[in-house]
Design a protein around this ligand. Structure first.
Ligand SMILES: NC(=O)c1ccc[n+]([C@@H]2O[C@H](COP(=O)([O-])OP(=O)(O)OC[C@H]3O[C@@H](n4cnc5c(N)ncnc54)[C@H](O)[C@@H]3O)[C@@H](O)[C@H]2O)c1
Length: 406
């Protein structure tokens, strides 16, 4: 069994809705009485019976820190969530988490900003962004923060999870070099094409720390960065947490395929109003998200139905996302039929437990010496890196098989 060492969870995007919900949730999980909150384990995959015998990090061993670019505090963000759009985070829960959030805040450092686009830049404040010229300096700065965190918190292991705002697709004129030695040349020029998410990934992987990309941003996707993970004998995974509409898509589409029902078109309209929605309201940032939500049907069906995905920012909805999906399919004798569903979920409440699960599973895999791109966690991602498998049932089976092999 694990000893009572401390393990670090480093959140990039530490002041965001998901990160704040992770922090409040963790504070409740660490409390002896769970702050009196019933059903706390709902939504936590790692709490399922299949994973009970795994030597996962205990909640009370976890120390949290992170980076962000906005001038605010975790407590303010949690109060904002609870008074506004996430009633599940009751004011009493925020009050009970006050000490935890204060400690978390003391471990949040200014972030880095490269190729983030004007919408993300407009969220930042000057003194919350590290003053650096080149990507290489930015990486050094992130590494310094991570080293200080490791020393000051006494953590013997750290997992870095990227949950910052979705970046626009990178403008890549020439293909990125595939070997790490050539790729490094891109790090010395201020105007290189790499976005912050990739620089955070490089910073973590160079230090031998696992990197999880919960966003659709580029992160550790470039081949050379994946190569770096292998060289440094550490692991990484992504991209984009599969929490709501896309989760249902990956459950339903294989069922249609298995009954030989031909999907002719699949339309998904998404409306929500949190800060993530505000960022995705920028057509450039939206492109990254739509591409991530739209890519899986072909793999699951073996053909390309007509698809349409819209994401609209409706401020009054806050963190509550409504997705309305219209699936038009053909049955026996060519008879057209329709399935429609409406998903109404609270985005941060759906995402936060999956971040905690990924942290625990990744830490265990890394402690066991697993390196490179880990695909057994693909059920958590909309665009799983390193595999074409998108069928949720198959992906979940891979996760349980991994667990039983340990
Ligand atoms: N259900 C979900 O909520 C869900 C599901 C899948 C993926 N995601 C992705 O997770 C990410 C976070 O979602 P959220 O709802 O918490 O968003 P949010 O807008 O509430 O938070 C994002 C945070 O990232 C910070 N940030 C932006 N650029 C940064 C940088 N370069 N360095 C450090 N911090 C930076 C922002 O200041 C903000 O505090 C988004 O990319 C979102 O698309 C969320």
């Amino acid at each position: 069994m694990m000893n009572m060492s401390r393990t670090g969870l480093w959140l990039v995007g530490a002041h965001g809705g998901v990160a704040t919900t992770v922090a409040v949730g963790l504070a409740a999980l660490q409390d002896k009485n769970n702050f009196g909150c019933s059903h706390l384990a709902c939504g936590l995959v790692s709490q399922l019976p299949q994973f009970r015998s795994l030597d996962l990090v205990g909640w009370d061993q976890v120390v949290v820190g992170g980076h962000d670019i906005r001038q605010t505090t975790s407590l303010k963000e949690a109060q904002g969530l609870s008074s506004g759009t996430v009633p599940a985070i009751a004011p009493m829960l925020v009050e009970a988490s006050r000490g935890f959030l204060k400690e978390f805040e003391s471990r949040i450092r200014p972030g880095i900003l490269f190729n983030a686009g004007s919408t993300i830049e407009s969220l930042s404040s000057k003194d919350r962004v590290a003053a650096v010229d080149t990507p290489r300096q930015a990486i050094a700065c992130v590494q310094k923060d991570l080293s200080e965190f490791i020393t000051s918190s006494g953590c013997d292991r750290v997992v870095v999870v990227h949950i910052a705002s979705t970046e626009p697709p990178p403008v890549i004129i020439e293909p990125l070099p595939e070997s790490w030695s050539q790729f490094q040349g891109l790090l010395d020029h201020h105007d290189g094409p790499l976005p912050s998410s990739t620089l955070y990934a490089i910073a973590a992987l160079e230090m031998g720390l696992p990197f999880v990309n919960f966003t659709p941003s580029l992160g550790s996707c470039p081949a050379a960065v994946q190569d770096l993970a292998v060289r440094k004998k550490t692991c990484h995974m992504g991209c984009d947490g599969k929490t709501g509409e896309t989760f249902l898509k990956s459950v339903l589409a294989p069922a249609f395929a298995k009954r030989n029902l031909e999907i002719m078109s699949w339309v998904g309209h998404n409306i929500f109003g949190n800060m993530d929605g505000q960022v995705l309201n920028d057509p450039l940032n939206k492109q990254t998200k739509v591409a991530s939500k739209d890519r899986l049907l072909r793999q699951m069906l073996g053909y390309d139905p007509q698809t349409h995905i819209s994401i609209e920012y409706i401020k009054s909805l806050g963190d509550w996302k409504t997705a309305w999906d219209h699936i038009h399919f053909r049955a026996f004798l060519g008879t057209p039929m329709t399935l429609q569903f409406t998903w109404q979920g609270c985005d941060s409440i759906l995402a936060a437990p999956l971040v905690l699960d990924l942290f625990r599973f990744t830490e265990l895999a890394s402690r066991r010496g697993e390196t490179g791109c880990l695909t057994q966690f693909s059920s958590f991602f909309k665009s799983p890196l390193g595999t074409d498998e998108n069928d949720f049932a198959v992906q979940f089976n891979q996760l349980t098989q991994w667990a039983s092999s340990l």
